[in-house]
Design a protein around this ligand. Structure first.
Ligand SMILES: Cc1ncc(C[n+]2csc(CCO)c2C)c(N)n1
Length: 233
């Protein structure tokens, strides 16, 4: 992949591509940060099942608080989506996150002996708070493009690293299911649908707004990176 300047506009980039998706432009201009997130040490150790149990426990506790804020963001996406047709996949996805994904956390907390207090009212790390703030801000903007940009980074990056390490079998269910939750055909098609939403809106925006979306994409990647980093603190 050729390295692109983060200043390369969508217009310039797309002129050289046939059928260049807006979300591929976002990924291309933030390639370095993207690669760093999806090849993070945390994901590599998870893939080798060599991840320390305490490291994973701390991550899961923080992630449960993250997911709560993400559920609120999906609520904002549902409210700001342009039509009922666009709302339906979001509603269905919300249903999954609050059912299958929620029970995964409950079972894992039990298996990992996570104290009750950490499950319901954990001490949040700075990286978790910062990510929550970014999501809350995107929600408050009531702007569908902003909202789904943050959402896309969260989902697409997880699909990417999980797909890379999903071939092997895992002996611990809390490792194996954390991978398979993010590497399955339904999730893949939802991420593709979500990207398509932004692929349609992106090219209609002004250059300034496209740049703002790019900055938000980058901030979200920074938050993902810091979130993984902080599992090792
Ligand atoms: C920091 C952080 N970023 C992204 C995700 C990914 N994610 C959050 S909810 C959800 C829906 C279905 O699993 C997905 C993919 C995460 N868990 N933690």
């Amino acid at each position: 992949m050729d390295t692109l300047q983060s200043k390369t506009s969508f217009e310039e980039w797309t002129e050289q591509k046939s059928n260049g998706r807006f979300t591929n432009w976002l990924k291309a201009i933030h390639q370095e940060k993207w690669e760093s997130v999806i090849n993070h040490r945390f994901t590599n150790e998870l893939g080798e099942e060599s991840l320390d149990k305490d490291t994973f426990s701390q991550y899961l506790v923080q992630d449960y608080a993250f997911v709560d804020q993400l559920v609120k963001l999906i609520g904002h996406a549902i409210g700001t989506a342009p039509s009922l047709e666009d709302r339906i996949p979001l509603v269905n996805f919300l249903g999954q996150v609050t059912s299958e994904e929620n029970t995964y956390f409950q079972r894992s907390f039990e298996a990992l002996d996570i104290p009750e207090k950490d499950q319901t009212d954990p001490q949040l790390l700075p990286a978790t708070k910062k990510f929550q703030q970014l999501m809350a801000e995107a929600g408050r903007s009531l702007n569908y493009a902003n909202i789904i940009t943050v959402f896309i980074v969260a989902e697409w990056s997880y699909l990417s690293w999980a797909s890379r390490i999903s071939e092997r079998s895992y002996s611990k269910f809390y490792f194996g299911e954390w991978v398979s939750l993010h590497a399955n055909p339904e999730f893949r098609s939802f991420v593709d649908w979500l990207r398509n939403q932004l692929d349609q809106i992106g090219p209609t925006l002004s250059t300034e707004r496209q740049q703002e979306i790019s900055e938000l994409f980058e901030q979200s990647l920074d938050c993902e990176q810091a979130f993984f980093d902080s599992a090792y603190l």
